[in-house]
Design a protein around this ligand. Sequence first.
Ligand SMILES: C[S@@+](CC[C@H](N)C(=O)[O-])C[C@H]1O[C@@H](n2cnc3c(N)ncnc32)[C@H](O)[C@@H]1O
Length: 295
Amino acid sequence: MPGSDGRNLPNDLPQPVSGNEPEPWSVEDFAPIVAFLRQKIGITLESHRMGLLQARLRARLQQRGFTSFTRFVDRVLRVDPTGPGMQLLVDLSTVNHTSFFREPAHFTFLVEQLGQAIREAAGTPVRIWSAGCSSGQEPYSLGMVLHDTIPNLTPQKVEIWASDLSLEVVKNAARAIYNTRDVAGVPPDMLRRYFMRGTGPKDGTFRVVPEVRDLVKFRHLDLRAPQWPLPGDFHAVLCRNVSIYFADEERVVLLDRLASTLRTGGWLIMGNGEIIPTIPASLKKVLPSIFRKEA
Ligand SMILES: C[S@@+](CC[C@H](N)C(=O)[O-])C[C@H]1O[C@@H](n2cnc3c(N)ncnc32)[C@H](O)[C@@H]1O
């Protein structure tokens, strides 16, 4: 994938000589990256996450022959602020932790609330959006649970849209290939029915079955972007454990915009324990992390 692992970053560029450069790999050297993340990408990281990014980025850049963050900024980010260097920063600075059937009550809730509409869907499918889907475990878990309870489920009955800011994780999600650790929490009967085990050189891999894969449509999408190229009129939106990347005022805007993509009666599901500063007037809280769109 272009740029996601730094493969497209130039590694043989002449290194500029300057007497005023900060100590390579120091906090001062890293400061322009922090500013770039905040101003150009809109990511503000807590200090412990910043330290992690600094270490991960340093390792990637040193592999490519860079001798300081400043040189990466001058030679890559300033030359092409929206190119592979920017994507590398996004991929390294987002924390993509997720798992199959994470916060399982949310999936049971959606099956109970939407099962009937999905069974009866004719013409227009029921649409659900996993916003900030990471490597796909969330939308596929939903697909499996729905497939388990609704006979003859097809994409004509339900569409699960799934999106993430990180191109790397979206591409991995679409491949739907996981390892033993990823599937450790999947109940054995679900594992047997919904994953194809790799054999020979693919031993230890598990691929989600086509019946579930076909229900999910992946998109590379920044929730801060002014437009979201998605159909809207969703019956449910899951935006779990994503708003932690947003400042308080941005979180309010995000919730308002997510609410506007829901149909009346639709559900917004956030992560358990996520702090929601202000709930939009159109949403009613029904459970700690579940909101319903009012007329
Ligand atoms: C901790 S994971 C949560 C994954 C899943 N929703 C879950 O709860 O298991 C957060 C995801 O949000 C994504 N993310 C962060 N900022 C985003 C933004 N501005 N737009 C879209 N996705 C974003 C990250 O790339 C990451 O994959």
